[in-house]
Design a protein around this ligand. Structure first.
Ligand code: GLA
Length: 733
């Protein structure tokens, strides 16, 4: 029991100390007995026994085993251990048998355990590590100091014997943590410390949108070592909670902040507004499947001017179908009308060899349902895509990931769906009738990542089956192909390409356009050859999940440098979105990303011209997630027809600036704060770093003009995402 406590104590404090600079002391003078004057700096102890800290006092040749004894340690404490003007030092005396009180130059700095004369009598704390903070005013900097330790021991062994003691240049963070832990109705501020500490704990609530301080209260904290202070902090939507703790002996302040989900984007107008891409590519003769993406009050009526022969409009649903035999660019005008008004939007239908002229937008079942996906669940999300209005923002692909496959093929080799998908063709037909597209998943190996049947040696037949169901998108996941790859001698780039090229030929033989999505985690430098084998996107990294670490690695570490490889028809795919209710199982949870991290995620994917495949259950989408996914200006950057993926321009002090140029001559710029604390940023200064000047810019999340000559506070892991029209350029808005 006691040993466990000791271990726990050691483990708890280790992380606090890793960064500290320190001085170790191996020797002291020792005397059995007890006299209060032994605590004084000036006491002359030269006749005391010299001891090192590796022997219990029983081994010092002393007859008496139980009782009191004193250690006096002499040392010069260099002022290099001072941090800033005011800084304490931290004594790490290790564990002492059994109880002690300690003085530095005559000032009592701490006591652990109790002595026989104390009320309640003696109690041992032999297993507890001693950390005592020493007031900087008590230290004789660059001169001799005396640490006096009065020890009471009972039973074997006694005193100091666990190695040198340490004098540490500490920071408050070395021995205390301040965190915010979610609880019902808000958060709990938790201050935990391994030393005695006192100071103000401040709790501030701000409005996220205005930045205005709404309340601020301060509590005086006085904590003994190894104690915790907990304080409930209710948090309403759109509010940011900041807590700070300052122990006046240290310069630095502990900080933590969180915010409740907050909606930056104003609601869409009731009048029709076009939010979809400006172009759509289809091959001659292939089915046109396209839903006009207008937000605004429903019902809405649609018309399209300039439709080529063979392409027809469902005027109630706003769905284009049919096909066009003749290649060419067809300028169309979409017209949408509701009770509040009429809106016209220019559009180009590009009938030619290239599809996926803008990154695909839609949904994929993996990040929510993983192997528990079913036709019912896909239908529920598809219906919600329409009913909740996400289809009015261009989301169109409904992609089934792994786990749709039956265990066996038919006797003639045809792949079939398992019992969870009773009617694939019916599902495809329903999606198409609503202007949505149908996606499926397979592997070039004999099995998929989830252990289902793959397409190895059945590629042509599988492509034909998918065509018969109306499949418009194939995610082709390497996984089981590793077996083939490892068995072969060829490990060249060609060996990576071979299985993908094979399937590509069979997809192209089908009389419909099938978006070809390569999934092999960025292996074999896929971005260098993906476009040449006519793939429409390729994964650039391993599987993402809903943590900051995963988002950071996937987004900020794996994507820099890939911008030259993206463009209309072929995109880098940093994996599916991790906002909303996800879970990779039949039980879902809210994304574990903070609201600020979610803004960062969607901003970065918008800049990266990434596949925008929603990974949550759309049927359960909340207003915050809707706002993240359905900001027409943020999505317009993702869908920009130049298709220029952003590049990472600046990496400095935990900040990153990414930018891309857009077809209207402006630039989308994301200023990301990857630090753990808020950072104020002077916007014109940040833009100057990437050679852009502007008096005012458009805040894409808030959808409003903001002055460039002002300072904006970017929250931890958050972003300021703007569109910049460089000075001198006329505003076409
Ligand atoms: C791999 C892919 C994921 C998902 C699973 C399915 O891990 O990278 O996106 O498709 O397989 O098993």
């Amino acid at each position: 029991m006691v040993t466990k406590r000791f271990l726990a104590a050691v483990l708890m404090v280790l992380p606090f100390l890793l960064s500290a600079q320190e001085l170790t002391v191996n020797e002291a003078r020792f005397c059995k007995g007890d006299d209060p004057v032994w605590s004084a700096f000036a006491y002359d102890d030269h006749a005391w026994l010299k001891v090192s800290f590796d022997q219990p006092w029983e081994e010092l040749g002393l007859d008496q085993v139980n009782g009191l004894g004193w250690y006096r340690l002499h040392m010069v404490i260099p002022s290099s251990l001072k941090k800033g003007k005011v800084s304490a030092i931290l004594l790490d005396l290790g564990a002492i048998d059994d109880s002690d009180e300690t003085w530095v130059n005559g000032h009592s700095v701490g006591k652990t355990g109790t002595f026989p004369e104390d009320p309640g009598g003696y109690s041992s704390e032999w297993g507890k590590r001693r950390y005592y903070v020493v007031d900087p005013g008590w230290v004789r900097w660059d001169q001799e100091n005396v640490i006096a330790v009065r020890v009471y021991n009972y039973g074997d062994p006694g005193g100091f014997y666990r190695g040198p003691i340490r004098i540490i240049k500490p920071s408050l963070k070395d021995f205390a943590t301040l965190s915010l832990v979610a609880e019902a109705g808000g958060y709990k501020a938790v201050l935990a410390t391994s030393v005695k500490t006192a100071g103000p704990l401040q709790i501030t609530v701000e409005d996220v949108l205005t930045g205005a301080r709404e309340s601020s209260k301060t509590q005086k904290v006085n904590l003994a070592a190894w104690k915790e202070k907990q304080l409930s902090c209710p948090l309403a939507p759109q509010k940011r909670l900041k807590v700070t703790y300052a122990d006046p002996r240290f310069e630095e302040v502990l900080e933590a902040e969180v915010c409740a989900p907050y909606i930056l984007t104003p609601p869409a107008p009731a009048t029709p507004r076009y939010n979809g891409p400006l172009v759509f590519g289809v091959r001659p003769g292939s089915p046109v499947i396209f839903r006009l993406a207008f937000s605004g009050d429903k019902p809405m009526e649609y018309a399209v001017e300039g439709l080529p022969e063979g392409v027809i409009l469902d005027p109630e649903k706003g769905v284009l179908s049919g096909s066009c035999a003749v290649a060419g660019d067809y300028p169309l005008v979409f017209v949408a009308r509701n009770a509040k008004g009429e809106t016209r939007a220019e559009f180009t239908l590009k009938v030619g060899d290239q599809i996926a002229l803008t990154p695909p937008m839609g949904w994929n079942s993996w990040n929510c349902w993983a192997l528990s996906v079913s036709q019912e669940k896909v239908m529920a999300s598809a219906a919600a895509l329409i009913n909740r209005g996400l289809a009015d923002y261009g989301y169109a692909y409904m992609n089934i990931d792994d786990a749709w496959e039956a265990d066996e093929r038919t006797p003639d080799g045809r792949i079939q769906a398992n019992e969870k998908f009773p009617d694939m063709k019916g599902l495809g037909d329903w999606l198409h009738a609503n202007g949505l597209k149908f996606g499926i998943y397979s592997s070039p190996g004999d099995h998929t990542c989830g252990g289902y049947l793959g397409s190895l040696d059945h590629e042509r037949l599988d492509a034909e089956v998918w065509n018969s169901w109306g499949v418009d998108y194939l995610k082709y996941d390497w996984c089981g192909y590793s077996k083939v790859f490892e068995a072969g001698r060829d490990k060249s780039e060609a060996a990576y390409i071979r299985p993908y090229l094979k399937m590509q030929q069979f997809l192209r033989e089908q009389p419909r356009d099938i978006f070809y999505s390569l999934c092999q985690y960025g292996w074999g430098r896929v971005w260098e050859w993906g476009a040449f084998i006519d793939a429409n996107s390729w994964r650039t990294s391993h599987d993402i999940n809903d943590t900051w670490e995963s988002l950071y690695v996937t987004g900020f570490e794996r994507q820099p440098g890939l911008h030259p490889y993206a463009g209309p028809g072929h995109w880098n795919d940093p994996d599916m979105l991790i906002v909303g209710k996800v879970g990779w199982s039949s039980s879902l949870r809210d994304s574990r990303l903070t609201p600020d991290e979610q803004y960062t995620h969607i901003s970065l994917w918008s800049l990266l011209a990434a596949n925008m495949l929603i990974g949550c259950d759309i049927a359960q989408i909340d207003d915050f997630t809707f706002n993240l996914l359905c900001n027409n200006e943020v999505n317009a950057v993702n869908q920009d027809i130049l298709g220029h993926q952003a590049h990472q321009d600046v990496v400095e002090d935990g900040m990153q600036i990414w930018s891309r140029d857009l077809y209207d001559g402006s630039y989308a710029v994301g200023i990301f704060n990857l630090n753990e604390a808020s950072v104020p940023v002077r916007l014109d200064g940040a833009l100057a770093k990437i050679g852009l000047g502007a008096d005012s810019v458009r805040d894409l999340w808030r959808q409003k003009e903001i002055p460039a000559g002002a300072e904006y506070v970017i929250p931890p892991h958050g972003v300021l995402y703007v569109k910049v029209r460089p000075s001198g350029q006329a505003d076409s808005r």
